[in-house]
Write a protein of this length. Structure first.
Length: 78
């Protein structure tokens, strides 16, 4: 399954785009998305946070067609 993933901040800078389309094996899960995104660049961390439909998700969460998937970089505030 092809999944479009939103990418933010330093991750977008590393990849060179704010959205990428990755191919995820069936059944599509967050773990498959995580692996596909990490493979795009060795500069990306192997286990970035991923949100599905604006909720943080673990690797076993299934991805359905039309879900909004986002890779969330570390955030600091102050």
């Amino acid at each position: 399954m092809k999944v479009t993933v939103r990418v933010f901040a330093s991750y977008a800078d590393t990849i060179g785009a704010d959205r990428v389309t990755v191919t995820v094996p069936e059944p599509p899960t967050v773990g498959g998305v995580r692996a596909a995104v990490a493979a795009l660049s060795p500069a990306l961390p192997p286990r970035p946070l991923i949100a599905v439909n604006e909720t943080y998700a673990t690797d076993d969460v299934p991805i359905a067609e039309g879900d909004e998937v986002a890779v969330i970089p570390p955030v600091a505030g102050g």
